[in-house]
Design a binder for this molecule. Structure first.
Ligand SMILES: Nc1ncnc2c1ncn2[C@@H]1O[C@H](COP(=O)(O)OP(=O)(O)OP(=O)(O)O)[C@@H](O)[C@H]1O
Ligand SMILES: [Mg+2]
Length: 236
């Protein structure tokens, strides 16, 4: 980790997608820094590039230009295999739609990052069971994702994202498909995780209530990040 507690840093990120005969310049020089234990929300209209940016910060997509650092490590200078290994150890990702493996039970889904990281199976099971219990899912441990409600599946996805106690958690509209009760539960869980583990969290969201309880709100507008909304007020 850097001496100033920066766990994630992005510099000069550009992302250009081919679009028919032309190009779509989605990110136009994004600079971003996330410190240990910080919870930051990312607002921006649909199509502004929030998911694109999160995928790049997670090393799941490659920027057209720019640098992403996890701690002191320049992630795009690494071989794919090394980057995947580091991601599994250091970074959790919560997708808008839970992205659980359908052929694995809830418990197996949560155990997976630990097993990939080389943990002993009984240790992984113990840890995963502990998290499922904490999230009120003990009696759903043997359910497959298709046998879970949307809220349950998303809680399993959160458990899977944090089971390795990553320094960084990226969440892409994590409560977008939940009812207001489940939204509240999930938002509380994210803040608890940060408080307990010192996890730095970046949340892309359209949810103003969620944005208001984070420490910092950033806006993605015209391919750039700023801490001011385009209209002065809060815009989603
Ligand atoms: N693989 C791709 N190829 C071409 N264009 C893409 C690709 N991925 C995203 N885009 C385009 O880039 C723009 C940004 O997409 P992105 O999914 O990052 O937006 P978003 O801010 O996450 O939107 P939403 O709030 O609807 O989730 C969109 O116009 C989208 O069509
Ligand atoms: Mg998106």
């Amino acid at each position: 980790m850097s001496e100033n507690n920066t766990v994630l840093k992005a510099m000069g990120i550009h992302r250009i997608f081919p679009s028919g005969m032309t190009e779509l310049h989605v990110l136009k020089g994004v600079d971003f820094e996330l410190k240990r234990g910080e919870v930051v929300s990312l607002l921006g209209s649909s199509g502004s590039g929030k998911s694109t940016l999160l995928h790049i910060l997670a090393g799941l997509d490659t920027p057209t230009d720019g640098t992403v650092m996890w701690g002191d490590t320049n992630i795009f200078a690494l071989k794919d295999r090394v980057r995947s290994y580091l991601r599994n150890a250091n970074l959790g990702f919560i997708f808008q739609f839970h992205h659980l493996f359908p052929e694995l039970t809830a418990l197996e889904n949560v155990m997976l990052p630990l097993l990939i990281g080389g943990s002993d199976k009984s240790e992984a099971r113990k840890k995963a069971e502990g998290l499922l219990e904490r999230f009120g899912l003990s009696d759903r441990a043997e359910h497959f994702p298709s046998q879970l409600s949307g809220g349950e599946a998303q809680r399993v996805a959160v458990a899977r994202a944090i089971v390795s106690e990553p320094q960084i958690l990226l969440a892409d509209e994590p409560s977008g498909n939940l009812d207001s009760e489940n939204k509240k539960i999930l938002h509380g869980m994210l803040l608890d995780i940060s408080a307990q583990f010192g996890t730095a969290i970046l949340i892309a969201t359209h949810n103003i209530e969620l944005a208001m309880i984070t420490q910092r709100i950033l806006y993605l507008t015209d391919g750039r990040l700023s801490d001011r909304s385009p209209s002065g007020g809060i815009v989603v």
